[in-house]
Ligand binder design. Structure first.
Ligand code: VAH
Length: 312
């Protein structure tokens, strides 16, 4: 039985749907700080604040989960507006889950890290699994510290924690919130609604990205793999594709020829993006548990526009 915390977010909402599909509604309890607006018949949801450790303990005792997915976090851009809140949520939320998992004997945990753990002195191209990591966003700092904690709780206490350093995730079902890579989602909504988009990242800002279908499939593949195959207990690099705002604009124009792209300067998210890698080496994930992305820029753009057209 799975409890997912932070299930209303961009990744949580689609990962929860996939887990319900795989394990059945009765085995997947979703939770978040407030009710979702799209709960379906037969789905179990619980309102929870991950920082309320007593409430979290009662939730775990009520459902006796064998797995926890902790997706509650404040992302990079919002984190720079409220750094103390971001640290509190991202770190204490994780600590509560780790300590309660120990106390209640919950074996398996999924916790997302991010390419935000890399910083200005990390290699920019094909950034390795192990390299210099000097994150400059509070979000990246909290994710790097979180990786260290996850590895510690595995080595010291044997918790089966598994993690992925997600790149920017692109999806159409749930709008992302407070990220730096969110331009690559907004651009599709704007292209279809208004035929134009003003990017807050400069034309040549290359960032590692991943289509939601690949992200969900990869996460479940990681969690399904036999424990002895999981050699990395900090967090796995994962990459799908890398592109710049100019490149995704060109790809959109192939389908929507009248689409107009423009660029706004001095957005604080530019500095965050500039501190991150342009592309990621995910050979460890490929070797250890068979990771392989399926979407490239062309197929992702096509899929996004087809689905959004129908949805809008
Ligand atoms: C963000 N989407 O922009 C998240 C993610 C790598 C990017 O961490 O903050």
């Amino acid at each position: 039985r799975i409890i997912m915390i932070g299930a209303n977010g961009q990744i949580g909402s689609e990962l929860a749907a996939a887990l319900r599909q795989k394990f059945g509604n009765e085995n997947v309890i979703t939770s978040d700080i407030r009710e979702p607006n799209n709960q379906k018949e037969g789905e179990i949801f619980e309102t929870i604040n991950v920082l309320d450790k007593e409430a979290l303990k009662s939730l775990f005792q009520k459902y006796k989960p064998t797995q926890i997915y902790l997706l509650a976090a404040m992302l990079s851009a919002t984190g720079e507006q409220y750094p103390q809140k971001a640290w509190d949520l991202n770190m204490n939320g994780l600590l509560h889950v780790l300590d309660l998992a120990l106390e209640l004997g919950i074996k398996k945990i999924f916790w997302p890290s991010s390419i935000a753990v890399f910083g200005p002195h990390s290699p920019k191209i094909d950034t390795a699994q192990y390299c210099i990591m000097d994150p400059t966003s509070i979000y990246g700092i909290s994710k790097l510290a979180g990786e260290r904690l996850c590895e510690y709780y595995h080595l010291r206490y044997g918790l089966d924690i598994r993690s992925i350093r997600y790149p920017g995730i692109i999806s159409w079902k749930t709008a992302p919130g407070g990220g730096t890579t969110d331009y690559a989602v907004h651009i599709f909504f704007e292209a279809l609604k208004h035929g134009k988009y003003a990017s807050f990242l400069s034309a040549d800002t290359a960032l590692p990205m991943l289509y939601m279908e690949d992200a969900v499939r990869g996460t479940i593949a990681l969690m399904d793999a036999p424990s002895e195959q999981i050699r990395i207990r900090s967090s796995y690099n994962l990459a799908g594709l890398s592109f710049t705002p100019a490149e995704i604009a060109e790809e959109i124009k192939k389908i929507l020829p009248n689409f107009e792209m423009s660029y706004v300067d001095h957005d604080p998210r530019q500095a965050i993006a500039d501190s991150w890698p342009a592309s990621i080496d995910d050979s460890s994930a490929r070797k250890d548990w068979g990771w392989k992305p399926r979407f490239d820029l062309e197929s992702m753009t096509k899929d996004m526009i087809e689905n959004l057209k129908r949805d809008l």
